[in-house]
Design a protein. Structure first.
Ligand code: FAD
Length: 351
């Protein structure tokens, strides 16, 4: 994070479509970086339905969301794309070059910047963003420091060592982080509105055992207020239990895990034409209203668009051809089959 990079093409979104674009670009010798706000690749497939079967991927009669992600990673491995995960692309800037051409700079919320000839926006339904609990003034306590205040994800566990942590939620994230942070925290309190958890049964059982042994606390209720100094430090969480009684817990850290929603997010600010929160493109190159910026996958719009993974793969292949012309204006593009081209096979490491 915080580093400045330069490459040929930067892909915003590491869902299935962004991942496959690495392959199509790679066959044409175009180097790529990928940026995703999630800390893993695979977009909706990996985040929303990793274990659900997909039945309409050509030649895969059945494949789960996680499997297609893993297969794509394997397929694109030869091209050595650079991944910037856990980072949200927040701005794009046009850079006029001395030779009269244009490059683009994409900046993330972590301060990373990537300069490239072309941008491929593969942002799907938008960036995954945490759902926030409805607590007045919660914004003022968000990310006030490493391991303190309100966080919606745990990036570096070490930052939470020795902290008094309140975790809220009943799903796998809430339970996994309860179990992972309990050994290193000063004290962990888990709070959930019902004494019924959606998380994996063995995690719930482990949590209940820790409560019985007095090693952590469990409160059935909802957070109603945060105390401390806005923007500086959190000192406690006020919880209303199911009998309407108020309980105050001293805390340095509050971690609500209420799931994720998809919001178009910063892509709306990139200065591109939009059509109902989608990015209109042509169907020859999948280029947006701005030359050198492409949009592929669920994020784009054109007459007849189908929000299917297979459509996104096709769009990536055609966009890659157009990107080639910007990246290598003097080179001739030769159409080749992977089956018969020893040049392509060399790139794939199979020859
Ligand atoms: P996504 O998978 O949405 O990935 C986009 C990525 O971009 C996300 O990871 C997001 O975090 C990231 N991102 C967005 N904005 C930013 C930003 N500013 N900075 C950083 N990162 C950003 N399709 C099928 O073809 N067959 C099926 O059977 C099928 N079943 C489905 C079942 C379910 C339950 C769901 C929810 C979807 C299903 N789909 C199916 C649809 C399919 O998952 C999508 O078409 C596909 O995921 C689109 O891929 P994508 O790469 O365009 O976008």
């Amino acid at each position: 994070a915080g580093q400045a990079w330069e490459t040929d093409a930067v892909i915003i979104g590491a869902g299935p479509v962004g991942l496959f674009a690495v392959f199509e670009l790679g066959l044409l010798d175009i180097k790529a970086h990928l940026i995703d706000i999630l800390d893993k690749v695979g977009g909706q497939c990996a985040e929303l339905y990793p274990e659900k079967p997909i039945y309409d991927i050509p030649a895969w009669p059945i494949i789960t969301g996680q499997e297609i992600t893993d297969r794509l990673l394997e397929q694109i491995a030869p091209f050595g794309a650079k991944y910037h995960l856990g980072e949200m692309a927040v701005a794009v800037e046009k850079l006029e070059q001395d030779d009269g051409t244009t490059k683009w700079k994409v900046t993330t919320d972590q301060g990373t910047s990537v300069i490239a000839r072309c941008i491929l926006i593969a942002a799907g339904g938008g960036s995954f963003q945490p759902k926030k609990p409805p607590i007045p003034g919660i914004d003022g306590f968000e990310y006030i420091g490493a391991g303190i205040g309100v966080h919606y994800a745990v990036r570096k566990m070490e930052a939470f060592r020795g902290k008094r942590i309140v975790i809220s939620g009943g799903g796998d994230s809430a339970l996994d982080w309860t179990l992972n942070l309990q050994p290193i925290a000063e004290r962990v309190t888990l709070m959930h509105r019902r004494d019924d958890f959606r998380a994996a049964p063995h995690s719930v059982a482990q949590m209940r055992k820790l409560v019985e042994e007095g090693k952590m606390d469990l409160i059935i209720g909802q957070a109603t207020a945060l105390s401390g100094e806005t923007g500086h430090k959190l000192t406690g969480v006020t919880i209303e239990d199911n009998d309407g009684k108020e309980i105050h817990i001293d805390a340095d850290t509050f971690l609500p895990f209420f799931g994720l929603t998809m919001k178009l997010g910063p892509v709306a600010e990139f200065g591109l034409n939009l059509h109902e929160n989608l990015i209109p493109v042509d169907t020859e190159k999948f280029e947006t209203s701005t030359p050198q910026i492409f949009a592929i996958g669920d994020i784009n719009y054109y007459p007849g668009k189908l929000k299917l993974i297979l459509s996104g793969f096709h769009e990536g292949a055609l966009a890659a051809q157009a990107v080639f012309r910007y990246v290598f204006p003097d080179k001739k593009l030769r159409f080749q089959y992977t089956t018969s081209s020893s040049d392509l096979q060399k790139k794939l490491g199979v020859k």
